[in-house]
Every structure is written in C-alpha cells, then in structure tokens.
Ligand binder design. Structure first.
Ligand code: FCB
Length: 440
C-alpha cells in the first residue's frame, strides 16, 4: 500500500498525538509490604476480593519482558511511578540499589524508543510516612520533597517529564471523605487539609524540580469527570452538579495549577506565589456522574463498563476544554481506559475517545492508555481488567489482547484505518443499563 492509499484508507488520523500506556508502581510491582496500601490490604474486608498488592503483576522482576512487549506493540510513551518505600525504606535513608534498579529499567525503556513520564506519588507511600500522619502531617511537604529531590537528582540524565501527584481528589475523597481508601477516615477537615497539603507539595515540587533540572516538564495528573444534573430541569440537581464539580476539581485546580488558594482550601501558604505551576495539563478521564446528591449516579440507558461507570467519550473533550480555558497549555491525557473483563468493547472505547480527541481543536499532545498489563485495582482488587494485555495472576503469563493489537495499529498507521476498524471495532457493542442501581 502506498502512503497516499494508506492515508485514504484512514477513518481518522491522530495527527501528531503520541500514544502510550500508564501504570502505577503499587498496582504492578508486587513485593512491598511497607506501604499504606499493603497495610490497608492486610486489614479484613478492605479489598473486595481479599487480595493484596504483594503479588500484582510482579513487574519488579518482569520489567524486561514488559518493556519488550511495549516495544513490540510500538508504544511511544510510558507513564510509570517510583515506589517511595523502595527508595526511602526508613526516613532519610535512601536505597541506592532500588534507584539503580529503576535506572536500569528506564534506560531500557529509552533504548526501546519509548519516552518515560515518571509519577512521584500515586496513592501510595511508606508506612512510616503514614505513621507520621501522612499528608495531614506538619512535616509532610518537606518529607516528600526530600524524596523528590533524591529521585530527580538520580534520574536527571534519563527523565525530563515528571508527574508530581496522581489524582489528589480521588486519593483524598477515597481516603478521608468516604473512607474506602487508606487511612479510611470520614472527616471533612482532614479531607481539606490533605488536599491543601498536596497542592502545597505540588507547587513546591514544581519549583524544586525546575531548580534541579531547568528543562524539566512538570505537571500533575488531575482526575476530571463530567458532573451533569441527573434531571436538567431540577434546580437541586443543577446546583449539586456545580457544587460537586467545584469541590472535586475546581478549587484544587486553582491551587495546583495557579498556586491560588480559595477559601475552601484555607490559607494561602507563605511560600507559594500565585502563578503558573505546570508545564502541561494532565487529564485522567474515565466517566461522567449524573448528579442528584453528593455521590456518583449514572444516567438511565447509558453505556457502562464492568464497574458500571458510564462510557461517555464526549466528556474527554468537555473536561479538557474546561481546564484549558482556565489554564492554557498542552494537554496530556495521563489516563483513559476502561474495565472490560472480556475485552469485548475496549477497542470501541479506545476508538471513540481517540476520535473525540482527533476532532478537537484543543492541543492534545499525548494519550496514555490505562493500563498496560491487567493490574491490582486498589480497593477493587485483582478482579477488574483494565489492561490491553491480559494477565494470568497464577502463572504471571501475559497475553496481548485484541485491544492491544488495535492500539498498536493506531500508532503504526497514525490513525484508525478502515481495516483496523472492521477487524477490531465494528462488531463491538457497549452494555447499556436501562435503570442503573444508585451507587453509594
Ligand atoms: C485512576 C487511578 C489509577 C487506576 C484507574 C482505573 O483513578 O489513578 O491508578 O486505578 O483509576
């Protein structure tokens, strides 16, 4: 096929969008007993299937195989995290072997032509940090920055793209407001304090990383969802949709990206000056909430995934536009993906979201699919399947799914060809729920 034919046969082109996958260390590495999540998983009833992060995908030992697989699929980007407890197993003592291990892995990733983006806090931290009070502690910011300084200094020649913190809103509402994440609290004041502390930590890290590495590109991965009123004519639903959006994402967007503290978050820290605190806009997008109370509802007759999250591709553009209007900058979709045990609609999900991105006039630069190999899904355990590669937890065998082949073909052809559409997407259908059971 000539290049011209190939372009003609494209259903849509992704232009310059670069594509890869995202992961988090606690969900893949296995083996660490000294984190807030391993401790939490050890308590009865906290994880739906009783699993722990100790097994996960054993990526700590299998990273070579995983890197080869990423390379085989032609992935261009890889978002990964550093497990803080490995690097600093006791306060102030840094493990040089652990950082050497990550260096070797990242070097291999680079050698495969894949660009790394490194996350510095993805829901997990050492048990000793939790014992200090975690992100409610007076010394949280300085303690985490000590770790950040160590990592950035030691990976300086291999990594320039940094994601400070993953989904502070999901971490905080899960851990401090609703209590289904560690440390299991339900306390509004603690929620507010943790959000404010994480924003403070991000703003400080933004400057610290630039001081250490002037050409660094720093941002954070913001969990953005669409909040629409369940009944658009109901003023209570409309009001609650606005309040939820502000509580869950508005106020912290201003603090993280603009260094501006609203009343909701408390006093402006003395060492944060309002101004730009990002080089790119990280968007983790999964779903929409039909709002009728302060919780997650789903519209009737919506397409949903295995976890009953609405599949709403237009939302990726809506949240990115909302963010970009307030804080202009290049958009990196740091996570987007779906839970689909049988891989029977994931390719359609990818197709539909990429199409929205491709048709948008917003500066989408990168797309990191969540996730690579099926992995340990926090409080949901080992059951949910988000990967483009299937995992057999018993044998640790990896098998590329049809959706993995589809994503690979999108990268190879710089878009979705008619052929790829026919082979991977055309026959796929979403499950539609006529009357969703109210959640929460
Ligand atoms: C996001 C998390 C990620 C994963 C996906 C499914 O909220 O950042 O670790 O759990 O959801």
């Amino acid at each position: 096929m000539t290049e011209a034919n190939m372009t003609e046969a494209l259903r849509f082109s992704i232009g310059d969008l670069r594509i890869g996958v995202a992961t988090a260390p606690t969900q893949i590495e296995g083996g660490r007993r000294d984190t807030n999540w391993a401790d939490w998983a050890g308590l009865p009833g906290r994880i739906k299937d009783g699993s722990t992060p100790l097994r996960a995908t054993d990526h700590w030992n299998r990273w070579r195989e995983d890197t080869e697989l990423m390379s085989e699929l032609g992935l261009e980007l890889y978002r990964m995290g550093i497990e803080w407890s490995r690097i600093e197993p006791t306060p102030g003592d840094f493990d040089t072997e652990a950082i050497a291990h990550y260096r070797e892995e990242i070097q291999a990733i680079r050698n495969a032509g894949i660009e790394p983006l490194v996350t510095l806090h993805h829901f997990s931290h050492p048990s000793w940090f939790e014992a200090l009070g975690g992100w409610t502690s007076e010394v949280a910011v300085e303690t985490w920055l000590r770790f950040v300084r160590f990592v950035v200094t030691h990976l300086d020649d291999l990594v320039t793209d940094w994601c400070t913190i993953n989904e502070p809103n999901a971490f905080t509402t899960g851990g401090y407001l609703f209590g289904f994440f560690p440390p299991g609290r339900t306390d509004w004041l603690a929620t507010r304090r943790v959000l404010a502390t994480m924003a403070h930590a991000h703003c400080r890290a933004y400057h610290l990383i630039h001081d250490l590495q002037p050409h660094a590109k720093v941002g954070f991965a913001h969990h953005l969802r669409v909040f629409d009123p369940l009944d658009a004519r109901n003023p209570v639903h409309r009001g609650l949709a606005r309040v939820s959006a502000h509580l869950f994402q508005g106020a912290i967007t201003d603090a993280f990206l603009g260094g501006r503290w609203s009343r909701l978050l408390g006093a402006q820290p003395a060492d944060v000056t309002p101004g730009r605190h990002y080089d790119w806009l990280g968007v983790n997008y999964y779903s929409r909430t039909a709002t009728s109370k302060l919780d997650d509802g789903t519209f009737a007759n919506s397409p949903v995934n295995d976890l009953d999250w609405e599949i709403y591709p237009a939302g990726i553009e809506r949240v990115a536009r909302w963010l970009h209007e307030r804080y202009p900058g290049p958009i990196w979709v740091t996570e987007n993906g779906t839970c689909d045990a049988t891989d029977s609609f994931r390719s359609r999900f990818i197709h539909d979201h990429l199409r929205v991105i491709a048709e948008s006039d917003l500066p989408f630069e990168r797309y990191y699919h969540w996730c690579f190999v099926d992995n340990w899904e926090w409080a949901e355990g080992e059951v949910p399947r988000f990967g483009i590669v299937a995992l057999d937890y018993e044998t640790q065998e990896r098998t590329v799914k049809d959706s993995g082949r589809f994503l690979s073909s999108v990268i190879a052809h710089r878009g979705v060809t008619e052929e790829a559409y026919a082979a991977h997407v055309a026959s796929q259908r979403y499950r539609v729920v006529a009357a969703p059971t109210p959640r929460g």
